[in-house]
Design a protein around this ligand. Structure first.
Ligand code: ADP
Length: 667
């Protein structure tokens, strides 16, 4: 038996065993004086239940000194109550078997219950049913054993004796075991303990007590009237309104009172013609009120526990929802969830912002209308949409599409979509769509691709020229017709192509570093830098520099600006014209200094004065060499200093004026 294999937990010490023994003896002997003479079985209520409770809380095994003590005690009590020794011994064995069977079965069938190996109170109808079945079964086994032993040993007719044994023991087990286990759990259980009164008040408890006492007084005052049934009303009241413990206590008090009053010949049960039949009815009545009361209160306990669990789950779900809302609300990425019926189930503020719609307007139709093209502007079929693909079970990643809101510039958006588990209620497919604005990245990538194309083209040109000239040298050498003059001409062409390549590579490097380099600003004298540039280009006599207020800028980058502008001014002059360049400056508005570089060159066509600042744009590409990168570098540097640059015609004659601003140094 499992109760024997595992060591059951003893909740009370050995002293408890003697207390139970004393209580049992007192009750058994105390009821001796009454006229309660069920044939042969002198032991009174609630002895059967006490024995089960004793063995449970002592954690007694089948073979234990508690079992021995119980056996000896019941034997002694039966002797004292007038049984023959062999009958007393047989009945003591029946009591012990019945009690141990109840204990072992309770430990197996109700392992979570306090006293039976667990720590839960009796708060579920299912456990109550198991407990009831165990007590009925064990009492029935005890009754059968006792009947057999009695009949075999005395050869007398037992009449209702077996049934009385069963009724008495089952009834006492119900009221004593349930009440005892509930009290024990209450006293030893961990706080917080549930309210004894449940949701009722002390006033209601008082009213219930008065009602119960009144009903019992009424029922037990009229012996001749069968007034037992209204007593159930009190049990139902307590069962519905108070805790299981109070309900068990109520049944306990009412049950004990009923039995003792019946034993004293008072009340409706005592009025039955046969006394033993009266006892039997009283016992079944007690069992009925006990089961009814406990059934109602454990049912309510269970409902309350479920309601509390539901409340907890709802609170938890609300909390999770608020965290989820906070997280998705704070995301920079747009997010929405759609189902295959086209409903937008969830979205965040970023999604509404990217699509240029208000939170209320987030419908799939509107989103679809605003994003029906690929990033390159070609129309997109509905089934190719990332959301449609995810609803079909695919997982598209970083698909670039165009978002056209109408009032804002078009945006390029990278979309990823993930299929979600189906909606369990309506069976709809759902998809999570995530997207971020990649307009800038996209533009930069396009720019880079165009840039790389031009770079490749411009580098290939001088290379092709070098290839061509060296091939011609080889041909002439083979033919033996390469004279010095021709050789010099060819070599000079090759060197010129190589120089163009070198300059292009230098400009490319300058272009790449003009935005990568960190600005290190300090006071810069533009005049001194112009002088440096002029000296480096051996053009001191062609460049005149007027006073320029000091600026706060990165000197290395400002020198690059001046070098580019002066270099262009020296280069773009008509053949035979002596270049003349003037640099001047003045403090302008908003803390900026305006610097002008004025030349007498060939000028710039009006429609190209803005375009020349784009990468690789060249206005005079036929007659002058260059990479088309210088001015784009210049604009980038000036812009990084928060300044501006424009190209203007020279008002005083042919040529151009490049006018740029830099922050003034006001130290
Ligand atoms: P590059 O000089 O290498 O061609 P830039 O970006 O410096 O490239 O200049 C872009 C174009 O602007 C030049 O090709 C030229 O047509 C025009 N340009 C620049 N500076 C002047 C200038 N001072 N006078 C006339 N045209 C100029």
């Amino acid at each position: 038996m499992p109760g024997d294999r595992e060591k059951p937990r003893a909740i009370v010490g050995p002293g408890g065993a003697f207390a139970f023994a004393g209580l049992l003896a007192t009750i058994a002997l105390g009821t001796r004086a009454s006229d309660y003479h069920a044939p042969g079985f002198g032991t009174a209520l609630p002895a059967g239940g006490l024995a089960v409770l004793w063995l449970l809380v002592r954690g007694a095994r089948v073979l234990s000194w508690d079992s021995g003590l119980l056996l000896v005690l019941v034997f002694g009590l039966n002797l004292a109550l007038g049984s023959e020794p062999e009958v007393a011994a047989a009945l003591a064995v029946a009591v012990l078997v019945q009690s141990l069977l109840a204990v072992v079965l309770l430990r197996r069938w109700c392992p979570g219950l306090w006293g039976c190996g667990g720590d839960r109170p009796l708060d579920r109808p299912r456990v109550l049913a198991r407990l009831g079945a165990t007590l009925l079964l064990s009492s029935a086994v005890g009754a059968v054993l006792a009947t057999i032993a009695w009949t075999a040993l005395t050869h007398e007719d037992l009449d209702l004796g077996g049934l009385l044994w069963f009724g008495r023991n089952a009834c006492s087990a119900f009221i004593v075991v349930t009440f005892g286990l509930l009290v024990g759990e209450r006293l030893t259980g961990e706080p917080p303990r549930p309210r004894l009164l449940s949701n009722a008040s002390w006033a209601e408890l008082f009213a219930t007590a008065v009602f119960t006492a009144g009903m019992y007084a009424l029922a037990f005052s009229f012996d001749e009237l069968p007034l037992a049934f209204p007593l159930l009303a009190a049990t139902v009241w307590v069962g519905l309104r108070f805790s299981t413990l109070l309900s068990a206590a109520h049944s306990f008090v009412a049950g004990v009172a009923t039995i003792f009053l019946t034993m004293a010949g008072i009340g409706p049960f005592a009025a039955v013609d046969r006394a033993d039949l009266g006892y039997l009815l009283a016992e079944f009545y007690v069992a009925t009120i006990c089961i009814t009361g406990l059934g109602l209160s454990t049912g309510r306990d269970e409902r309350e526990a479920l309601a509390a669990e539901l409340r907890r789950t709802k609170e938890e779900a609300d909390y999770q929802a608020s965290v989820r809302q906070a997280v998705i609300g704070s995301m920079n990425e747009g997010l929405f969830v759609v189902d295959d019926a086209g409903e937008v189930l969830l979205h965040n503020a970023a999604a509404a912002e990217i699509f240029g719609v208000s939170e209320a307007e987030m419908t799939r139709e509107l989103l679809a209308a605003r994003s029906d093209r690929w990033a390159d502007g070609t129309p997109m079929r509905d089934e190719d949409r990332p959301s449609s693909r995810a609803l079909a079970g695919e997982t598209p990643r970083e698909v670039e599409i165009l978002v056209r809101t109408g009032d804002q510039p078009d945006r390029v958006v990278a979309v990823s979509a993930i299929p979600l588990p189906r909606d369990g209620l309506r069976g709809r497919a759902r998809a999570l769509v995530l997207f971020r604005d990649t307009t800038l990245d996209h533009a930069r990538r396009e720019e880079l691709a165009a840039f790389a194309g031009v770079v490749a083209h411009d580098l290939r040109n001088p290379l092709a020229a070098i290839d061509g000239w060296t091939e011609m040298i080889a041909d002439e050498l083979d033919a033996g017709s390469l004279d010095d003059e021709l050789a010099r001409e060819f070599v000079s062409r090759v060197r010129s192509s190589a120089r163009r390549m070198r300059e292009l590579i230098r400009d490319l490097l300058a272009h790449a570093t003009s935005s990568a380099r960190d600005l290190e600003v300090s006071r810069v004298e533009v005049g001194a830098l112009v002088a440096e540039v002029a000296a480096a280009r051996h053009a001191e006599d062609k460049i005149f520099c007027g006073p320029v207020p000091p600026v706060l800028a990165d000197p290395v980058l400002v020198r690059q600006v001046l070098d580019n502008l002066v270099g262009n001014a020296l280069k773009y002059v008509a053949p035979g014209v002596e270049p003349r360049i003037a640099v001047c400056g003045a403090a302008g508005a908003l803390g900026f200094v305006t610097v002008r570089v004025i030349d007498n060159g060939i000028g710039i066509p009006a429609d190209e004065r803005e375009l020349i600042f784009d990468e690789f744009h060249r206005a005079h590409y036929r007659d002058y060499e260059g990479s088309g990168l210088g001015l784009s570098i210049v604009r980038r540097i000036v812009t990084r200093h928060d300044g501006t640059i424009v190209a203007l015609p020279n008002p005083d004659g042919p040529g151009s004026v490049f006018e740029f601003t830099l922050p003034a140094y006001d130290g």
